[in-house]
Every structure is written in C-alpha cells, then in structure tokens.
Design a protein around this ligand. Sequence first.
Ligand code: SF4
Length: 461
Amino acid sequence: MSISVFELFKVGVGPSSSHTVGPMVAARQFVQDLDVAGQLRDTNRVQVHLYGSLALTGIGHGTDMAALMGLLGEAPDTIDVDTIDDKMATIEQDETLCLYGDHTIRFVPGRDLVFHNDEFLPQHANGMTCQAYQGDELLFERSYFSIGGGFVLSEEEFSQKEQIATLLPYDFSSAAQLMDLCEKHGWTIAELAMTNEKAFRSESEVKDALWHIWEVMDESIQRGCHQHGILPGGLKVRRRAAELYRELSKQSDEERRQGLTILDWVSLFALAVNEENAARGRIVTAPTNGAAGVIPAAIAYYVQFVHDPVQHGDLKDQVVKFMLTAGAIGMLFKKNASISAAEVGCQGEIGVACSMASAGLAAVQGGTNQQIENAAEIGMEHNLGLTCDPIGGLVQVPCIERNTMGAVKAINAARLALRGDGAHIVPLDSVIETMRQTGIDMQSKYKETSQGGLAVNAVNC
Ligand code: SF4
C-alpha cells in the first residue's frame, strides 16, 4: 500500500519497473534475508525461478540482468548503470557470482536462472522464487511478487497486504475522501499530501527530495537528447530523440512557442526518457518504467513553456506541488486498482501516469481541487482498455511512443479541466473502479505477456 509519494517516484533503472526494478529489489532482498538467516556463507548454489509474465517477457525486460544484479547486492537507485554490461559478462564468462558482494559461488545463468514460461504462481502474475542450496540440500527459499512500479512483496507480506496499516495522519482511500479532507481543512491536494509526507520527514526534506527526483528526470531528458544509435534487444529500434532535438534546437524562441510546435517538444521530452529507459539507463520510475516519460515530459512542458515566476511563484515550489498532487492521485490507483501492466494492461502504466500528470498540470496552473480531480479523471477515462502488448517483450514498441501520447493527453486533460468549473459526470473513483474491472476482464495475452496485440501482429517490423 502506498503511504508516501516517494513510493511512486523512485530513482530506478530501465527498462521495466515490474520486470527490472522489482526483480532486482527482490533478489537483493533474498540475499539480505539469507544473510540475516545466517546462511549466506553456507550457500554454494543459488537458483532463481521466474514465473508468469516475468518469464514470458523477462529477457526483453531485462529481468535476467536485474535478478543477477540483485544477487550481487546492487539496488536500482544506486547501481552504476554503465557497469551492468561488464558485470553480466563477468558472471557469464567466469560462471561465478559474488552473493551480496561478499560470498562467491558458482553460478551458471543458463542453469541457475530458470524461466517457467507456462507456469504462474497463484498469488500474482509476476512471481519469482529464490533458493539457496548447499550441495543438494535446500537451505533457504523465499518467493517474492513484483506488484508494479518496483514494489515488491514477500509471500508473507502478500498474504497480509490488505491488513497493512497506513501511517498517514490524513489517510484517504478514495478520491471522495481526499476531496472531503481537503475541503474540511481548507487545503489543496498538494497541501494535504505534504502534511502526510511530514509524518516521515521535514517539509524542507520533502521539497529537496522531490526536487532531486525532478533533477534526475531532467537529466534523463538531457541524456536522451544526445544519444544516437539502435536500442538493445534485437528489434533494431532507432533512437529518435537526438535527431528531433537537433532539428527543434534550430528554432528561435519565438518559433518554439508557435502553434503545435510545443507538442513536438513535449514528444521529444517523453521520447528521450523512454529511449534511456529502453537502453537500461537511469530514469525515475513514475509510477512505472514503461510510463517513465509521461510525467517528466509534462513537468518539462510546464517548466519550459508555462511557468511564469510572477504569476505562478517559485519554480521549485511549483514542481513540488506538481509531484505531491500527482502522487496523491497515483496512490488512489495503486490502492484501488493497480499500476501493474501484468494485472490491468497499459492503462495501469500510461493511463495512470497520464492521470497523475493531468492532475499535476492542473494544480500548477492554479486549478481548484475539483478541477484537479476532473483532470485526473479525464486523463484515465480516455486510456481505459489500453492493452499491454510490447513487441518482442521489449519496452520499446509501442511503449516509447505511447509516452508521447500520454504526455500530450495530460496537457489536454488539464486544459479541458481548467476551462470548466470542476463539475463533471464521472467521478474519479468511478473511473478508477472501471479501470480495475476492465483490467480483470482483459485477457492475459494483453497483460504484459507479449502473447497478443502488436506483439503477435507486427513481429517483423
Ligand atoms: S505496452 Fe504499456 S504497459 Fe506494456 S510494457 Fe509498454 S508501456 Fe509498459
């Protein structure tokens, strides 16, 4: 259960939050648990079993790499992404792996990393089981579930997840409750979210940490704008952001702001981030990796084309307001539906990111709470039913381009909401519940298995 905005905005590594960040966290947790159990040094063999969607799209999503990096003790937010290829090559060549950076064992990836393509663990579509052996004797075993957005639950935590209590001083489990609390205290959504965050850290720490998140987002945009070549994975997808950046940079300031040119820039920001994600680079999981470009593109749009210090105030305060508002909306989806494509399809990734970005943009442009809720609702309503069908199991097609659509749709959703008075027919809670039900009804071939949709109809592109 989300209790902090920082659970929805996490510095991570590409290409997937559920299939890369989650498994890295899980494998690292396993070696930590093994160490705590006092059995790290008795272990001379480890096996990692990947089930369901983790097995079916694991290679394309970098799950193999993530699991091995986690066993080494690496974490998604701190790993030096430039060292990953060398680390993988060393494991494959030497057939050894240093567990938790402390205890070297023989490890043969083709033998010890097992993909169970036809088997799903009953609890969740993204399951993995890690086992530690001494010879043939099983010393320690634990299953983990990557439930979306880089969140990981152990088997025990998964069975208790409905009972996990939140520690929020102003807890809310629906948009209606959120709105009521804001109304009662005279707060904006961002103010309520900040009050909750202050249960864990000071206001200045919250602001600094959120600003740092934005800086990492911005760095991923900048890096993506200067990288050429073909993305890894075999689909031969050419990186487009750098060329587009070169073209757009020729414009004068006046030209940049003319008509629909701004949309080219918004698309550029999203492309840049998601090309970095596909290249296994450093990005912010927001709230997932597949959708990592939507919110940075929306914020960059605000920073570069909308923000007026006189009208809107300090930029840092505005970016913080954006993230707190977007985070509160993301919590509603996480709590009442899902942000896992393996559970609800792409509506849980691009759809949620779009809804969060719509709310954030409405907030920083002076929207009332009702207008913000309206923007969030519009942002999801027109993503309902969006399937997840990545070609080749890679987070590239349709994923990279889909982020441009999510960002542009968020801008439009915020504009539509701000043109109204906040009144609207479909409450945000209803659209979240509709998204959840639609996800349940969606066949599994459209839920991050690469067994349907574009993944089977465009295999030769
Ligand atoms: S299609 Fe959507 S949900 Fe599926 S991997 Fe791509 S971005 Fe993620």
